[in-house]
Design a protein around this ligand. Sequence first.
Ligand code: IMP
Ligand code: MG
Length: 179
Amino acid sequence: MTNDERPPVLIGEERIRARVGELAAEISRDFAGAEGLLVVGVLRGAFIFLADLVRRITVPLAVDFVATSHYGSGTAASGHVSLLADVRCDLAGRPVLLVEDILDTGHTLEFLQRHFRGRGPSRLRTCALVRKPARLRAGVTADYVGFEIPDVWVVGYGLDCDERWRGLPYIGVAPKAAP
Ligand code: IMP
Ligand code: MG
């Protein structure tokens, strides 16, 4: 693949739009009547997904972000996840929806669930745009999942490969193999 070539489409814009609508409807039903819903996005990969999702959730909500990093070059393969930036809101007694881009090995989600549970939210639910079942650790899952995908490196719709292709409007397959 040359530099100018766009990654081939795995999940097109229309499918994403439809699925985000379904997820938002499900989340809106589940959180109906909830007071003070806080939607927390995991930077940076989840920013476009979160932006589309919150515009279609009908429950009043606030938005905050966390940022995580993984030690070493292999993405989360080592399982060492650290927090680069934390939410600014108090989570105690609030319903929280954590929004991730990808569930790959699941280390990031496990880490964040532990982190957030310690803050005493009244409810903690998790949402991931895509999941790679082939790589996911046993017992780790999200409450809401957009798409299951094969073990390929995906880019676009917020996801990157060394910071490239985040702005693609669809989810495509990058040439880089998953670590
Ligand atoms: P996990 O901790 O292994 O579940 O890794 C999750 C993080 O790795 C995601 O939040 C992404 O930032 C990144 N990641 C894993 N797979 C991909 C991919 O295919 N494309 C882009 N980022 C990915
Ligand atoms: Mg991420």
